[in-house]
Design a protein around this ligand. Structure first.
Ligand SMILES: *[C@@H]1O[C@H](CO)[C@@H](O)[C@H](O)[C@H]1NC(C)=O
Ligand SMILES: [Cu+2]
Length: 167
């Protein structure tokens, strides 16, 4: 019986580690309650918002906008600075609200390509840092896919301990 309780405790610890990994992903709602709009305060609005958030690989950006009113496209810094959608990185997202998973570290630039919206400040620059739990920034932990793998390998590493309890 005592061995069984120990076994349950070990499993509980493993589950706690797993949940901590899964919870590492943060959802950032761009502009908070204002959403993704032409900001009243100009470009400083989203800069201030970005400064108040910490972005880590695996996090999600939620752009809240009505389809047809705005869009989102990731662009290089040059396009961001000059507010053009030249050399887009990936497709323009036209359906809102839109979630974007931050899959790599570094500087990311997003603009709205509708009308003059970007010129009026609907643009977002963020710096994404590597996942703190990862061995290296280039191999981030992906909460949905590989954390179950991490969990599995963690369980395997526990097998000798568990075997010790049971036998
Ligand atoms: C975006 O992510 C949020 C939080 O995970 C979720 O509630 C929402 O349904 C997602 N929206 C879309 C369009 O995927
Ligand atoms: Cu717009």
């Amino acid at each position: 019986m005592e061995k069984f309780i120990s076994f349950v405790v070990v499993l509980g610890v493993a589950a706690a580690v797993f949940l901590q990994c899964a919870a590492a992903q943060t959802v950032h709602v761009v502009g908070d309650s204002s959403g993704w709009v032409v900001p009243q305060g100009g470009a400083a609005t989203y800069q201030t918002w970005a400064d108040n958030n910490k972005f880590v690989v695996g996090d999600i950006l939620t752009f809240n906008f009505a389809t047809g009113e705005h869009d989102v496209v990731q662009v290089p810094k040059e396009s961001f600075d000059s507010c053009t959608s030249a050399n887009p990185i990936g497709n323009t997202i036209t359906a809102g609200p839109a979630n974007i998973t931050l899959s790599d570290a570094g500087n990311h630039y997003y603009i709205c390509a509708v009308g003059q919206h970007c010129q009026f400040g609907q643009k977002l620059a963020i710096t994404v840092s590597g996942s703190p739990g990862a061995a290296a920034p280039s191999t981030p932990m992906q909460p949905d896919s590989s954390s179950s793998g991490v969990f599995a390998s963690f369980l395997v590493s526990l097998l000798p301990i568990v075997a010790g309890f049971i036998f």
